[in-house]
Design a protein around this ligand. Sequence first.
Ligand code: ATP
Ligand code: NCN
Length: 193
Amino acid sequence: MFGGAFDPPHLGHVALARAAVQQLGLDQLRVFPTGQAWHKARELSPPEHRLAMARLAFADVPHTMVDGRELQRAGPTYTIDTLRELQREFPQAQLLLVIGADQAESLHSWRDSAEIARIATISIAARARPTTDAPPFDASSLPPGRRESVELPPMPVSSTEVRRLAGAGQDITALVPAPVARYIAQHHLYPTN
Ligand SMILES: Nc1ncnc2c1ncn2[C@@H]1O[C@H](COP(=O)(O)OP(=O)(O)OP(=O)(O)O)[C@@H](O)[C@H]1O
Ligand SMILES: O=C(O)c1ccc[n+]([C@@H]2O[C@H](COP(=O)([O-])O)[C@@H](O)[C@H]2O)c1
């Protein structure tokens, strides 16, 4: 399971997905665009756009599919709900939760985080800090459970930066897959405020 707002999906997400499939030997990676992100201050772009962009972004990643169920669920999105559904659907499967190091730092505050860590192997990818003088991400508060690491060269890209550049009318083609850049332009997403 790899969840995110994907507003928009960028090359860091795609590199992380590829590395996770390869390094963790996954039979399948399911990408879940978040429905209502209770933990984000800003309102996310409409679900249909984030779903369409995720499908474009991850189309060429082996063993990977986009699963839109969190977008259809009423109320705030909780990862534990999705993991419980996956457990019921695939009772024989070993479940892994793929997250960036920034999310690993706050996972202890997610709903039912101890149960998340019991159900799924927490698989953490390194993530560059927004500024070079900031301390490294700290995953010491993770609840007990199985762990994996996903090696990823630091990719200093974020959806925030893509939105900022797009809003300023600047080139985003080095930061997002080409079909996503075209989609953003066609649908006039992220206009300047
Ligand atoms: N550059 C990156 N390197 C490693 N992991 C990343 C990177 N960008 C995002 N992730 C991980 O991908 C998942 C989904 O991230 P999300 O969709 O929130 O992107 P974001 O770039 O952090 O967005 P925003 O800037 O809007 O907060 C999270 O687990 C996050 O840690
Ligand atoms: O379940 C929770 O309480 C919870 C709290 C924060 C984040 N998450 C999930 O973590 C994933 C990455 O979140 P984000 O903020 O990096 O887009 C995404 O799938 C979110 O739904 C989940």
